[in-house]
Design a protein around this ligand. Sequence first.
Ligand SMILES: Nc1ncnc2c1ncn2[C@@H]1O[C@H](COP(=O)(O)OP(=O)(O)O)[C@@H](O)[C@H]1O
Ligand SMILES: [Mg+2]
Length: 328
Amino acid sequence: MTGPDGIPPDTSAAISVRGLTKSFGDFVAVDGIDLDVPRGQVFGFLGPNGSGKTTTIRILTGTSAPGSGRALVLGEDVVAHPERVRPRIGYMSQKFALFEDLTVQENLRFYAGVYDLAPEVFAARRDYVLRMADLVGREDELTRNLSVGWRQRLALGAATIHEPDLLFLDEPTSGVDPVARRQFWDLLYELAGRGVTLFVTTHYMEEASHCHRLAFIYRGRIVAEGNPHEIRATLVTQRVYDVTVRDADLALAWLETAEGVVESYLSGAALHAVVDRAADAGAEALQARLAAAGFPDAQVEPVEPTIEDVFVNLVSRERDAEAGGRGG
Ligand SMILES: Nc1ncnc2c1ncn2[C@@H]1O[C@H](COP(=O)(O)OP(=O)(O)O)[C@@H](O)[C@H]1O
Ligand SMILES: [Mg+2]
């Protein structure tokens, strides 16, 4: 589901993109995407590895030119005038761009220099960032000695040293433990509360519910967009069941070929089975079928679809459509 064709980009949005394309040789990494990111929101850009998230961010930060399409960032055409956009945005790249051999404070000073901050402005911003990132007292520690969680917060501080209106975060929580991830999201909310627009990519589906709005990208195409509630509501023709069973691997193999089951996969500690509503006979019926198939201990409960359920479903629909011989 892409945005409406032919509607001009929205100059009041934080980001407004129309028909954006980027190829590497014959390979189309970004395939005609439309996006509108309202100001002051946390916008989640979700997709599996290799789906085109970083490529999109590089275009939106003026680092890489698109093959075609338009991209307005903070109302400016970022392709034609990247220099108007860059001072007003921050970018926390997938590999935190920190200097290992510099101290915490020196890293911040380096980024202040990139953005040409006056010394007294830097002093105030440094103090703010150190407090925000909980790095007070560690100013003179070497960056390479910090744990991943600290480095992540320092990278956030470096990316916001110049008080950008819009911040791009490319998989900022990858490789960080769940507790540090939670703390990091609290920092992001704090920034959003101050009016900063956040464009966050992640492949952790459970992080989707932290966002005001979401877009799913798959193989360079936007396959769904909306708030988390709307996204969940797109799964109207299916029901999702949670299956708890001892022999999960074998039960999964059975579910994968079971009639009426469109999709099945491991979700947390349990299995999720997505069943076509037309073929759905309820949890007890599925439980009875599992028992008859050799899984007498299986417990089946209907559950609300998660964002991940919707995503798996959308991706399998796309795959089916491609297998069905859709051109282009
Ligand atoms: N400079 C490049 N040259 C060739 N292929 C690239 C280049 N950058 C990215 N790609 C390819 O484009 C696709 C999308 O990459 P990327 O945007 O990094 O995905 P994501 O960030 O969602 O993991 C991948 O298949 C990747 O290998
Ligand atoms: Mg990436």
